[in-house]
Write a protein that binds this ligand. Structure first.
Ligand SMILES: C[S@@+](CC[C@H](N)C(=O)[O-])C[C@H]1O[C@@H](n2cnc3c(N)ncnc32)[C@H](O)[C@@H]1O
Length: 272
């Protein structure tokens, strides 16, 4: 169904207020498509749905933001990032944390969880980490995405995107038509709901923060605010990773970039 300019404006304002996300006006087709799908799911026509949104229905506002969020993700997305973890970042942290033998990693905006499970699989491959106290926290603002992440269940098509056959055989088992993550990976993983533009719950001091492929959808103020807060939850010698098209430079000056192969990470500057 064709929406009026006013309808599109209403939806985009809601998405911005709820999640900090901004869409260019050319994304009108996306708004129409997602609103129509949401109306179908709720068993409503589009017009009454928009009317309820106009009247400020809070549950609907959250669902509209969730419906508009881009949740594209897959296993071992950006192999150079995982290579950098394996070759540089984890060896460095293993040296630095050899006394406490503990690691805290946060995948903020983890969508349906493939990033979290991929990191968990990578850590399993590193013998030096056996017996360490490890926690990988996955979070997202979307309850639907989080539920899927937590279930650890993926379709054939999803496991075919990036998951090596060896990892599939080692860490997943068949459950009906899907594949389900086994208990070894679950030991170190927990998921929780965090809206990055709202107040964050108490988080442990983090060794690695992954804020990949989400800042790109935020406006400049939200980007700056989220990066500043990320700085506050990182350990002084921790590592921040962003998505390929994202950078803190120009938004906050607390980070300095480092290169590891094709991957770029950010560390806290000592002088800021
Ligand atoms: C493109 S996915 C990125 C997934 C994963 N990090 C990756 O790189 O493959 C972006 C995720 O950001 C989430 N997101 C968008 N706005 C958010 C917000 N304000 N707070 C938390 N998560 C948000 C979306 O729900 C979506 O799951």
């Amino acid at each position: 169904m064709m929406l009026t300019d006013e309808d599109v404006g209403l939806v985009l304002r809601c998405v911005h207020e709820q999640a900090g996300l901004v869409f260019e006006p050319e994304k009108r087709y996306l708004v129409e498509n997602r609103v129509e799908k949401l109306a179908l799911m709720r068993g409503m026509e589009t017009k009454p749905l928009l009317q309820a949104l106009r009247e400020g229905n809070n549950e609907l506002r959250a669902q509209v933001a969730e419906a508009m969020a881009i949740q594209e993700t897959y296993f071992f997305r950006d192999p150079w990032f995982f290579e950098s973890l394996r070759m540089d970042v984890l060896p460095s942290l293993i040296r630095r944390r050899s006394a406490e033998r503990s690691l805290r990693i946060w995948s903020a905006a983890c969508a349906t969880g493939q990033e979290v499970w991929s990191v968990a699989m990578l850590l399993e491959q590193i013998p030096e980490l056996a017996g360490w106290d490890i926690e990988i926290i996955g979070s997202d603002f979307s309850p639907v995405a989080l539920e899927r992440a937590r279930s650890g269940r993926y379709s054939h098509m999803e496991v075919n995107r990036g998951l090596p056959a060896r990892e599939l055989a080692t860490h997943f088992h068949r459950r009906g038509l899907e594949w389900e993550v086994g208990s070894t990976l679950r030991r170190h993983v927990r998921f929780c709901a965090i809206n990055l533009i709202e107040e964050w719950p108490q988080l442990p001091r983090l060794d690695i923060v992954l804020l990949r492929n989400v800042l790109i959808y935020f406006d400049a103020d939200a980007r700056r605010e989220v990066l500043q807060r990320a700085r506050g939850v990182m350990r002084q010698d921790g590592f921040l990773f962003l998505g390929g098209g994202e950078s803190p430079l120009g938004a906050v000056d607390s980070f300095r970039p480092g290169l590891s192969g094709r991957a770029c990470y950010y560390r806290l500057r000592e002088d800021v």
